[in-house]
Design a protein around this ligand. Structure first.
Ligand code: GLC
Length: 499
């Protein structure tokens, strides 16, 4: 297979080891799968280090870590496992008054009992909002791909969705379509000053609501319900408003920055909408100018009164493409930005989770001197191989949706993706499929990194699958109909250059 591909692309370093590495990765992956109630329900977060005689160092099934696992199982048509995983998660959806509707961060079977963590057992005692938002997305992808409409429209699933929607669609003090969360509420689960409306949560909310709509529409086909109709109207409106909000306040390019820097500040009153968050031009960081260059664009990390977070978050931006939140020209502007900043974002181990890292006093104040989130480490500028497949899938899905758009750029992106894939293939087996990598180039295995981390292994397998085995399977990730025309992501293309 390596040979066939390298004929098409001369820049690829052929490696006779490709098939071997993939086979070995598949073996590791099989060992991560564990049973709940007698059948396989998902993967543990990490396998033990083979040379250490320890028990599993991360033996729980994390909902977020199982996102790539479930997508991979869909590509393998192993639908029973995905359905069982979804069902177990659904059984564990919280029913207690204060957290009703929340899905667990992780769970494990102990004896005959299922032990779930809704945040009460985590270091910071914070609930993972992303776990709850991912569930409807995974459920819809499963239903769409397997054709199991019976499951999708079952009372159990429909009830779960309504419980989740109750957590989002309710009046708040803010009156904005975003979901407010505390620090540490998603993949970044140690203090990183990501409270408020962090990009990853908001983009996931967008994907989650869209998936809920799809699942509700399924149920609507089978029976009339005024209540369901009302929910559908409200959810569609919410999705629309959320997208407009994020494109207006989070999307930046060199052009939008020039407008933002010269806006008036301190505006009161009904008709003064040029600077709703009263952002002073002084808060715009110096590095942004080169970072954006002329034609790059990205979604910033957060928007809070007077204090936007300009850091770049790889996962939120990739999901912005996959879920069709960004228009297609915006997606290409994001690709240009990654290409331009590849020394930072890809470097030796693709790809960096968040850029730039905080250091000195800022690190002390904003992370509470967190020793794991040391500059260039872990969430604070560390490199996570598990993130590459999300970005890779964004490129590949974009190419399928828009095969004739900017072929030169897309050729460069494909080459970047190939090189990133090879750098993982060449390093990860030697580095024991580590969880994360440290330092400005991401060369060193993370200081506290676990090894044989499931999403590192399965992320690589997914990329291999999309690049080599069945490229059309990337459409599994499209939230629209199977092999449909893609999201309505051209509709708002006019907003590309608007602040
Ligand atoms: C760490 C990561 C989190 C992940 C978990 C299990 O806590 O920060 O994102 O889900 O490990 O791998």
């Amino acid at each position: 297979m390596a040979g066939r591909f390298s004929q098409q692309n001369q820049r690829v370093r052929p490696s006779s080891k490709e098939d071997q590495v993939v086979e070995k990765a598949k073996e590791h992956f099989e060992r991560t799968l564990i049973q709940i109630a007698g059948s396989v329900a998902g993967s543990v977060a990490a396998l033990e280090h083979p040379s250490h005689d320890e028990a599993l160092n991360y033996g729980e099934i994390f909902l977020r870590d199982n996102v790539p696992v479930m997508v991979y199982l869909l590509t393998q048509r192993r639908y029973d496992i995905v359905r069982h995983f979804l069902t177990v998660c659904l059984d564990l959806q919280s029913t207690t008054y204060q957290t009703r509707g929340v899905f667990p961060t992780s769970f494990v079977e102990e004896g005959d009992a299922l032990l779930a963590d809704y945040g009460q057992r985590s270091i910071g005692r914070i609930t993972s909002v992303d776990a709850s938002l991912w569930w409807p997305v995974l459920c819809w992808l499963y239903v769409k791909h397997s054709g199991d409409e019976e499951f999708g429209s079952s009372q159990k699933v429909q009830r779960g969705i309504q419980l989740l929607l109750d957590l989002v669609l309710h009046p708040t003090f803010e009156g904005t379509p975003v979901l407010f969360v505390p620090d540490c509420a998603f993949m970044i689960d140690r203090p990183m000053d990501v409270w408020g409306a962090p990009l990853e949560v908001e983009v996931l909310l967008y994907g989650s609501l869209r998936s809920c709509i799809k699942l509700m529409e399924l149920s609507r086909r089978h029976h009339d319900s005024r209540l369901l109709d009302q929910r559908l109207v409200l959810t569609r409106q919410w999705v629309h408003d959320l997208r407009q909000f994020l494109l207006k306040h989070y999307w930046v390019t060199s052009k939008t920055m020039q407008v933002l820097r010269r806006r008036p500040t301190e505006q009161y009153g009904d008709n003064q909408h040029q600077n709703e968050f009263n952002v002073q031009p002084q808060v715009i960081p110096d590095w942004l100018q080169d970072w954006l260059e002329n034609r790059g664009g990205y979604l910033i990390g957060n928007m809070r009164t007077g204090r936007p977070d300009f850091r770049f978050y790889s996962l939120g931006n990739s999901l912005g493409c996959l879920f069709g939140l960004l228009t297609s020209p915006q997606q290409r502007a994001l690709f240009r930005l990654v290409l331009h900043n590849r020394d930072h974002l890809m470097a030796q181990m693709p790809m960096r989770i968040c850029h730039p890292p905080m250091d000195g006093l800022e690190w002390q104040n904003k992370t509470g001197s967190d020793p794991k989130n040391w500059p260039w480490s872990y969430h604070n500028g560390g490199h996570w191989p598990s993130l590459l497949w999300f970005f890779g899938a964004s490129i590949l899905l974009h190419e399928r949706r828009h095969p004739h758009a900017d072929v030169l750029l897309m050729g460069q992106m494909k080459a970047l993706l190939e090189e990133s894939y090879w750098s993982q293939l060449n390093q990860l087996p030697r580095q024991q499929w580590a969880e994360y990598f440290d330092g400005p180039t991401g060369t060193w295995v993370g200081q506290q990194s676990r090894t044989y981390q499931t999403w590192t292994i399965v992320g690589f397998l997914l990329l291999h699958h999309f690049l080599r085995t069945r490229p059309e399977d990337v459409e599994i990730l499209d939230l629209e109909e199977l092999f449909g025309t893609g999201a309505d992501n051209d509709e708002a293309s006019a907003s590309e250059s608007q602040p």
